[in-house]
Design a protein around this ligand. Structure first.
Ligand SMILES: O=C(O)[C@H](O)[C@H](O)[C@@H](O)CO
Ligand SMILES: [Mg+2]
Length: 390
């Protein structure tokens, strides 16, 4: 089998978008005095879809959501020439070819996300060529079904957060993640509002439902050191991305500070990046996203590292490219699940572009053994609500 073409298209949402509320998610921009709509730079309203075509008519699908127009340019100008004419089953060689040729500028960030998209498409192709789902190529079914946690609960009116949490309970979820709305610039009042929101959700869900807390890089080491002891009474499953992704020593200090596990990794790249996090015991939960970290090839290596270090992998984003990895290893106990809803932050845009993602039942999802590859197809349903850049 030989690759004959790589088609990268950018899908830019032009349909209805729920406007962001102030303080709906603390984030890395919050420390700036002129932060404006601080979550504005962290919305995923564009998505690059990659289709790798082969000489026997198979097409593999990959995707990338970071800087989609830049990712497309990198794919078109740099990565496509490196894979044309090659066999998708030479995926390790092709990964090294893409990684090494862009090493001067592409080890992390959007270039590695672009490499991820092509790599995911290669694994989709290998599954389609063998008639097996990707997880069967990675290690098979390690779980009867995949537990997943409902992930939304952006900071809003506490009554609305409680109602949303109750809806997840009613749907059978036994774990869920909420977002903080305040950070270092919001002082003691912001701290109290953060604590009040956790108390409000915990009041609804009770002590026996896992509650994860998301900072999205919006705090700093000093603020997190003050907040962690105050959060212990709520027994969160983890505190996520309390500091910037580059502050690995800060992560490590926080991870040792209290009983609350620190999680991170959705903004880290390749097995080399995760070796640093693991060697420094910087995180207690690894959260790479397969369409950022280096694709399935890189994620599979990180799963092996994580197993040896005894650190669980719970990938960022409930999307097919991650579900197959979680299914294929005991190192990954569960998945994130983004509820389907109107386009807001954009995590949910995946559902408007693709079809095939499983619907949770009582907090579990399953993957179809009879669907080869990723089990995804492009949806025709919302095409008229996208600008598509060829
Ligand atoms: O962990 C997550 O789900 C991410 O950090 C979200 O995608 C991000 O949008 C912040 O909620
Ligand atoms: Mg996160």
């Amino acid at each position: 089998m030989k690759i004959t073409n790589v088609r990268a298209r950018v899908f830019e949402w032009k349909g209805h978008t729920v406007p962001p509320q102030p303080h709906f998610c603390s984030n890395a921009m919050d420390l700036l005095w002129d932060k404006g709509d601080s979550m504005g730079t962290f919305r995923f309203h564009g998505w690059t879809v990659v289709e790798v075509e082969t000489d026997d008519g198979l097409v593999g699908i990959g995707n990338v959501a970071l800087a989609p127009r830049i990712a497309k340019a990198i794919i078109d100008q740099y990565l496509t020439p490196l894979v044309l004419g090659h066999d998708p089953f030479d995926y390790e060689y092709l990964w090294q070819r893409m990684y090494r040729s862009t090493h001067a500028w592409g080890r992390k960030g959007v270039a590695m996300a672009a490499i991820s998209a092509i790599d995911i498409a290669l694994w989709d192709l290998m599954g389609k060529a063998t008639g097996r789902p990707v997880f069967k190529l990675l290690g098979g079914r390690t779980k009867e079904k995949i537990p997943c946690y409902a992930s939304k609960l952006y900071r809003t009116d506490l009554g609305e957060m409680q109602a949303e949490a109750q809806r997840y309970l009613d749907q059978g979820f036994t774990s869920m993640k909420m977002r903080f709305g305040y950070g270092p610039k919001d002082g003691p009042e912001g701290m109290r509002k953060n604590l009040d929101s956790v108390a409000a959700v915990r009041e609804v869900i009770g002590p026996d439902v896992d509650l994860m807390l998301e900072c999205y890089m919006g705090w700093n080491l000093e603020y997190a050191k003050r907040m962690l002891p105050k959060l212990e009474k709520f027994e969160p499953r983890w505190l996520e991305e309390p500091v910037l992704a580059d502050d690995i020593d800060g992560y490590a200090e926080l991870n040792r500070l209290t009983s609350i596990p620190i999680s991170g990794g959705e903004h880290e790249f390749t097995s080399h990046g995760f070796r640093q996090l693991l060697d420094k015991r910087a995180v207690s939960v690894i959260q790479y996203d397969t369409n950022r970290v280096g694709g399935i090839t890189a994620a599979h290596k990180i799963n092996a590292l994580a197993e040896v270090y005894g650190v669980p992998v719970i990938p960022h984003a409930g999307q097919m490219h991650n579900y197959h990895l979680t299914m294929s290893t005991l190192a990954s106990p569960m998945s994130e699940y983004f509820p389907v809803h109107e386009v807001e932050v954009g995590n949910e845009l995946f559902y408007y572009i693709f079809e095939g993602d499983p619907t949770p039942e009582n907090g579990f999802i399953d993957l179809d053994e009879h669907k080869p590859g990723l089990g995804l197809s492009l949806s025709q349903r919302y095409l008229d609500q996208f600008n598509i850049i060829e």
